[in-house]
Design a protein around this ligand. Structure first.
Ligand code: KG4
Ligand code: ZN
Length: 372
């Protein structure tokens, strides 16, 4: 089946076409992403009104490009998917309404996709990964450890009690006068810094639950920066390196706890899967590999452009849901808040052998090399 997917939840406008075979294997026919970073950079963060306006202006053109590059016509689609939440309401309305219009005109089923479910299922598109597996999602808006048990079947094992990890990187960058988005800037500057110069807190480390907390660490960076002011370039580099080391220690410990909870409740996971912009950080990537091995499993890390927000993940989640007949009506509402564990589950078994949970055929670890 062939599905068009639209992503407009935050500051990326994206459209993609993917194909899903009857045996559950997928391939990307086109994947077009426009990042609005330049339009928000001057404000140090995403401005919802600017984002919504930019989505309206460019989405049509991106869809036309995605269809052209896929070599398919609207008539050949089996479904039209859009991210219906969670996210910024203006963008959600733009994407979902556009998908409804295409579905209506071309008489195709609509799939209103949960953006987090799309992150969760991407590893099945890239690596044909069977269920169950453990997802670590770390982006600007979300920090979660999730047991992915089947399509529509997710159990949240841990989440942040305050800021998301990406948000903490962004706020730290702002405190230290670095550019937006902060993650890449902090990582770059940290390479020149001493990660042991400042003893920053490691909140939550050692606890049996798998939750995160970032706000104390963020505040500690600010207080230390105030103590050191005026900051030299070396002070900034040392603060970045010390912050990043604290985040890395926290992530390592929280994943240890999360993988333990996973094993106790669901047995051994087929993999640890990482997603979200933070997973492109080299220090974090290295520890993810070690965490997976310590947890007795393997790491699956989709390519960076599929870890960050994109249309292919929405199209793929749409295809996975469509395979179970999970479609939505044209009155589907955008949902700015939409917890992953409340998405609709399949009520019927998979329509054909090969579709369902645990059916991945020859799960492919070779495609995406993981840096040591
Ligand atoms: O998944 P994503 O592209 O978008 C959403 O938030 O949905 O994630 C963006 C977040 C930003 O907070 C950004 O600062 C962070 O991911 N990020 C990083 C790195 N690259 C992006 N954080 C740490 N290190 C990086 N290299
Ligand atoms: Zn995302």
């Amino acid at each position: 089946m062939i599905v068009l997917g639209l992503e407009t939840t935050c500051d990326e406008t994206a459209a993609a076409v993917v194909e899903r075979d009857d045996d559950g294997r997928g391939r990307i026919l086109s994947n077009v992403v426009f990042s609005q970073i330049d339009e928000h950079a001057a404000f140090g963060g995403v401005v919802p009104e600017i984002a919504a306006r930019a989505h309206v202006e460019i989405l049509d053109g991106l869809i036309a490009q995605a269809m052209r590059e896929s070599g398919r016509h609207f008539a050949e689609l089996d479904g039209v998917a859009a991210a219906a939440g969670p996210g910024l309401i203006g963008g959600l309305i733009v994407g979902l309404t556009t998908a409804k219009a295409i579905a209506l005109v071309h008489e195709k089923p609509l799939i209103a996709v949960n953006h987090l479910e799309a992150h969760a299922l991407t590893a099945r598109l890239t690596n044909d990964l069977p269920f169950p597996y453990c997802l670590f999602l770390a982006s600007g808006g979300h920090t979660q450890i999730v047991a992915v048990l089947g399509v529509g079947d997710y159990v949240r094992l841990g989440t942040t009690r305050d800021d998301a990890i990406g948000e903490a990187f962004d706020k730290t960058a702002k405190t230290l006068g670095l550019d937006y988005p902060g993650g890449p800037a902090v990582e770059r500057v940290a390479r020149q810094g001493d990660p042991e110069r400042f003893a920053l807190p490691r909140p939550m480390v050692g606890r049996p639950d798998a939750d995160f907390s970032l706000s104390g660490l963020k505040t500690a960076v600010r207080l230390e920066a105030e103590r050191q002011a005026p900051l030299s370039d070396q002070d900034v580099a040392d603060l970045c390196a010390s912050f990043q080391a604290a985040v890395a220690d926290m992530v390592r410990d929280r994943l240890r706890a999360g993988l333990k909870l996973f094993r106790e409740r669901f047995g051994q996971p087929m993999a640890l899967v990482a997603a979200g912009g933070v997973a492109s950080n080299q220090v974090i990537r290295a520890l993810l590999n070690a965490s997976a091995l310590d947890g007795g499993t393997v790491l699956v890390l989709p390519r960076p452009e599929l870890c960050t927000d994109n249309g292919a993940m929405i199209a793929w989640a749409g295809a996975e849901r469509l395979a179970y007949g999970l479609t939505d009506t044209l009155d589907a509402a955008p949902r700015p808040r939409w917890p992953l564990d409340s998405v609709r589950k399949p009520t019927a078994p998979p329509p054909r052998p090969g579709f369902g949970p645990g059916s991945g055929s020859g799960f492919d670890l070779a495609g995406d090399p993981v840096p040591a």
